[in-house]
Structures are given as structure tokens and as C-alpha cells.
Design a protein around this ligand. Structure first.
Ligand code: ZN
Length: 274
């Protein structure tokens, strides 16, 4: 059972949940409405901490970084992709931008040359699970979570990469994730803003989403690969890079001491922006 605990909040959430069920059974007859609330309330709380990227109860999740300059962290998920990655590297080079690629282990195993190219260009490679199990990651067994992490690490090890950062698919957590990440020296990274490219095929809308409330220290999330609608593959990243350049922002990869969990738009990081 110890394999579940990643943060003290894990067991607190589990105990509250079980206590709620227990209490609901006892009061069901005299107070059915109260019983319903006791039964469902803890489930809602647990669901929030599993599915809301901003929630910190299960895994400490970083949503911005400290900087006194006009700097943001551009992160690109779901690669590497043989069509997109080389052209994204060209775009980043043309803009003098650094980025972190949160890659899927299966893709990395298929295209180790692309992982090496990302590193050779001065960018960071990070972990985004081995199979991108979007539908069931939240309820995966500790053993399955371990497999997702280990298989992805093995795929990257072939290329000489040992990642220190991890992003779960869509930011969805798991009761066993915190401990599994800690055991492997991985830090969980969320985002300040994301493009949600799979839902829209208009680069202006995607860029507006990513750059909404743009501020120094923001973590921006965009995607590569076939999940992005063909009409905006690469174009969204190009558009965002151009907008950032116009606003005087640099794309950097922050150090671990700069990372901050919690509110991505605090007063300490003055909003400068579009
Ligand atoms: Zn993803």
C-alpha cells in the first residue's frame, strides 16, 4: 500500500473518501440527502486532485518559474515526430529560442535520431509517459504507472538522455504518481497556458489562448505530431514564436531552483503583455 503515497495529501484524500462512505451508510436511513453528500463530496474532492492540473494534493506540479526578465518556457508535447520535429528545430533556431520537448517513449524508441537532434540543438528532452495513456492514467495501478515511467526512461536511455522533468498526459494525476516520480528523480511540470490545438484549427485562436495573460515566468504548452489538426501543425508554433519575439520575450529553459508550484500569475511576476 505504501506504493500509493506520493504526498501526505494522498492518504488524507483516501481516508476522507473512505470515512465519507462509512458515514454515509450510517446516516442513510434518517438523512438520505446528507448521506448522498457524504458519499459524493469526497469523490468530487478526489476527482479535482486527479484531473485538475493546478491541484497540488497528489503531486507537486510546477506552473511557472521565477525570473526578473521577459522570459517564458516554451514546452512542446507528444513528439518526437518525423515530420514536425526537424522543422520545429529550424523554427527555434531561427528565433534563437530554447524549448523543452516532453516526448512520448514509444515515439522516442521509433525515432532516436530525433531525440539526439533535439539535444544537439541545445534543447531539453523530458518525459511524457511511454504510451500517452490519456483515458486511463488516472486509475492505472501503481505497477502500470511504474511501467509507463520505466519504459519511457529506457527508450530515452538509448539516446543518452536521462530526463529530470515529467508531464502526465493532459496534466492528469494518479494516486501512485508522486512516489513513482520521486523515486526516479522526476519533477512534475504543468503549464501556465496551453493552446488546446486539437480542438481548434485557427492559429490566431490558439496563439491567443497560449499568450493570454502572458507574463515573465510563464510555462507555455503547445503540441507536435498527428494530434494537431493539419491546418495548424507548425503554424501555431511559428505564430507563437513570432508573437513572443514581437513582445520582446525570450524562450528559455529554467533551472530547477526557478520552478514554482501554485498560481501562475502572482503579483511578484509583473504582467507584461499582449
Ligand atoms: Zn500529451
Amino acid at each position: 500500500m505504501g506504493s500509493l503515497s506520493g504526498r501526505p495529501g494522498v492518504w488524507l484524500l483516501v481516508i476522507v473518501n473512505l470515512a465519507g462512505k462509512f458515514a454515509a451508510v450510517f446516516v442513510a436511513s434518517p438523512a438520505p440527502v446528507t448521506a448522498l453528500a457524504l458519499w459524493l463530496g469526497p469523490d468530487a474532492l478526489l476527482a479535482y486532485h486527479l484531473f485538475a492540473m493546478r491541484a497540488q494534493g497528489l503531486v507537486r506540479t510546477h506552473r511557472r518559474f521565477r525570473t526578473g526578465r521577459r522570459e517564458v518556457w516554451l514546452t512542446i508535447d507528444d513528439g518526437p515526430d518525423p515530420d514536425d520535429t526537424p522543422r520545429i528545430l529550424e523554427l527555434l533556431a531561427a528565433h534563437g529560442a530554447r524549448a523543452t520537448f516532453f516526448v512520448i517513449g514509444e515515439n522516442a524508441a521509433r525515432h532516436p535520431d530525433l531525440i539526439r537532434a533535439i539535444v544537439a540543438a541545445g534543447h531539453e528532452v523530458a518525459h511524457h509517459t511511454h504510451t500517452h495513456p490519456l483515458a486511463w492514467f488516472w486509475c492505472a495501478s501503481p505497477r502500470r504507472v511504474k511501467h509507463e515511467l520505466e519504459a519511457g526512461l529506457a527508450a530515452l536511455r538509448v539516446t543518452g538522455v536521462q530526463p529530470t522533468r515529467f508531464r502526465p498526459p493532459a496534466g492528469i494525476k494518479n494516486l501512485a504518481l508522486g512516489r513513482a516520480l520521486r523515486a526516479r528523480g522526476l519533477t512534475c511540470i504543468g503549464w501556465s497556458a496551453r493552446g488546446r490545438e486539437s480542438r481548434r484549427d485557427d492559429v490566431d485562436i490558439v496563439a491567443a489562448r497560449v499568450l493570454h495573460h502572458l507574463a515573465p515566468g510563464a510555462i507555455l504548452l503547445l503540441h507536435e505530431g498527428p494530434r494537431v489538426p493539419p491546418a495548424i501543425r507548425l503554424h501555431a508554433i511559428r505564430h507563437v514564436l513570432q508573437r513572443l519575439r514581437d513582445e520582446g520575450y525570450r524562450c528559455v529553459v529554467p533551472g530547477p531552483e526557478q520552478l514554482v508550484a501554485g498560481d501562475p500569475n502572482p503579483g511578484s511576476n509583473r504582467r507584461v503583455g499582449v
